[in-house]
Ligand binder design. Structure first.
Ligand SMILES: Nc1ncnc2c1ncn2[C@@H]1O[C@H](COP(=O)(O)OP(=O)(O)OP(=O)(O)O)[C@@H](O)[C@H]1O
Ligand SMILES: [Mg+2]
Length: 504
């Protein structure tokens, strides 16, 4: 169906793809795995005409095809859903789907007619979505359905999905896999990039492993194992489990009492002590994002009630900047929107949030950026967090997804924090880097920092949290010991069932 033959692509002196060969059979689900920066997205963006290869060929249905722009790819029946969605927030589902599908006819867009086709496609593929809904009001999972519909609307025969499950909850992943299987039944070909080896084993027919820009191997999924794939990807055995000592909690760092936000948070109370990681498990959309943002100072004061005491001080009236100055670091879940300035350099991003004060700025007027100290800080983040490539002058946009994440986490660690608020720290991060980030979080805890960890990955929260709370519909529905509770128990609480019948 689709073949990449000897594809080579350089960005400056980074060899992103080095004679890449991938053969994707029609009607199959083909997984591509590899570490952050291995070249997976680059290879697929070339197939989609988003980048042009320096050399090599792309064949569709066995014939070499010049694919120079996404328009060429779409005309050949290739669709792609990018790692970071490309939807216009303020427009409706239908407008987004039609936009770009019919270039040049923008004025005469038949949105209503499109609505009908979108409805029938969404029925055919079980992609429930309202064509009239505005994108910014949709959850990430729903936005992804819009992206899928967009490709189907353009009659894609091959769908390239770049880390589609990174943003989904475990339940959504199951539904999503049903959708993919349904697409395969209807004769579509699916290429899926993922870091999750259990997903590769669950959904794919074949798998290609990349490392350092090259294809290292190709397997029939039925004939391989997670351990073999991990070894191929990373080049060594990977610890799939975190090693940590029991926490030694110190004084109370954060005390939240009856925190409420209309329709979102309902009387949340808890404390976190220095030297412990408090995990929050929950199906996305149950208030965890709002909770973290409320604590970070990103929610308007008028929308909140209740109190937030940080290190002996009531902070609910302080701005995000003031809270940061007190030592509250924040790793946001949406790294591209909230975490980075994509067009700014790695160095500039490494001082984001503290860019207005020393040591980033010198002079009483506070307007001179101190290049040397910014570079030194960037260098510490790059080295301490293994950001690749190790070049502080590159725009953040040029880093692969996982490396962007390491940059944000490294920057927040530099604060240095007394409290770290961290959402989905390993989303889109490869297994080697997950191991690395988990070790860093545990080390930060051991140095006396309090950590509030929100993650949709049950394995992640149970592996690294010392205490675990479950959030449902804006309330804490219970607390469990992560070393004792089973996934079923936690899963039940996540779905709204209390652990004990008399609990609130
Ligand atoms: N537009 C760009 N400009 C400069 N360098 C780039 C650009 N896009 C990718 N690169 C570099 O090419 C290499 C491969 O990146 P790519 O995004 O393909 O990796 P990936 O396998 O998709 O990683 P991840 O799992 O983190 O998404 C990386 O070193 C990356 O920094
Ligand atoms: Mg990628």
């Amino acid at each position: 169906m689709l073949e990449l033959r000897n594809i080579t692509k350089r960005f400056g002196n980074v060899l992103a793809n080095d004679r890449v060969n991938i053969v994707v059979r029609p009607g199959s689900i083909h997984a591509i795995v590899g570490e952050n920066g291995a070249g997976k997205s680059t290879a697929m963006r070339i197939a989609y005409g988003f980048y042009r290869a320096d050399s090599g060929e792309i064949l569709v249905d066995g014939k070499p095809q010049p694919i120079h722009t996404p328009h060429d790819a779409i005309a050949l029946g290739i669709g792609m859903v990018h790692q970071h969605f490309m939807l216009v927030d303020t427009m409706t589902v239908a407008e987004n789907i039609v936009l770009g599908a019919e270039p040049g006819t923008l004025i005469s867009l038949d949105i209503r007619g499109a609505g009908k086709r979108i409805r029938s496609l969404s029925e055919e593929f079980h992609l429930a979505i309202d064509p009239g809904a505005v994108i910014e009001n949709l959850s990430v999972g729903q936005q992804q359905r819009v992206e899928l519909l967009k490709a189907l609307y353009r009659q894609a025969r091959v769908l390239i999905l770049d880390e589609p499950t990174a943003v989904l909850t475990p339940q959504e992943v199951d539904e999503f896999f049903q959708i993919l299987r349904r697409m395969r039944e209807q004769g579509k070909t699916v290429i899926i990039i993922t870091h999750k080896l259990d997903e590769v084993l669950a959904i794919s027919d074949e798998v290609t492993v990349m490392r350092d820009g090259r294809v290292l191997g190709h397997r029939k999924t039925a004939e391989t194992t997670a351990a073999e794939l991990a070894r191929l990807m990373v080049g060594r055995e990977v610890l799939l489990r975190v090693q940590k000592k029991p926490a030694v909690p110190g004084r109370v760092i954060l005390s939240v009492r009856r925190l409420s936000m209309k329709g979102r948070l309902n009387g949340i109370s808890f404390v976190i002590r220095a030297g412990e990681i408090l995990g929050i498990a929950g199906v996305e959309g149950n208030g965890q994002t709002e909770l973290i943002e409320a604590l970070a100072g990103l929610v308007g004061e008028s929308e909140l009630s209740g109190s937030i005491d940080f290190d002996g001080r009531e902070i609910s009236r302080l701005s995000a900047r003031q809270r940061k100055e007190l030592g509250i670091a924040h790793v946001p879940e949406d790294r591209q929107r909230r975490g980075l300035l994509l067009d700014a350099s790695v160095a500039e991003n490494s001082i984001l949030g503290v860019h207005y004060r020393e040591p980033a700025v010198t002079g009483r007027s506070g307007i001179m950026l101190d290049d040397a100290s910014i570079r030194a800080r960037a260098q510490r983040v790059i080295e301490g967090f293994d950001v690749r490539p190790a070049n502080s002058e590159l725009p953040a946009r040029a880093l692969s997804g996982g490396n962007q994440q390491k940059l944000i986490i490294g920057r927040e660690f530099e604060l240095p924090p007394k409290l770290l608020l961290v959402s989905q720290p390993t989303r889109g991060v490869d297994i080697g880097a997950i191991e690395f980030i988990h070790r860093k979080l545990v080390a930060l805890r051991d140095s006396g920092c309090a950590v509030l960890l929100v993650s949709a990955e049950l394995e992640e929260v149970t592996a690294i949290a010392d205490r675990l709370m479950v959030i449902y519909a804006g309330r804490i529905v219970g607390e469990v010991d992560p070393t004792l509770a089973t996934n079923e128990e936690i899963g039940l609480m996540m779905a709204g069932g209390s652990r004990t019948s008399d609990e609130d």
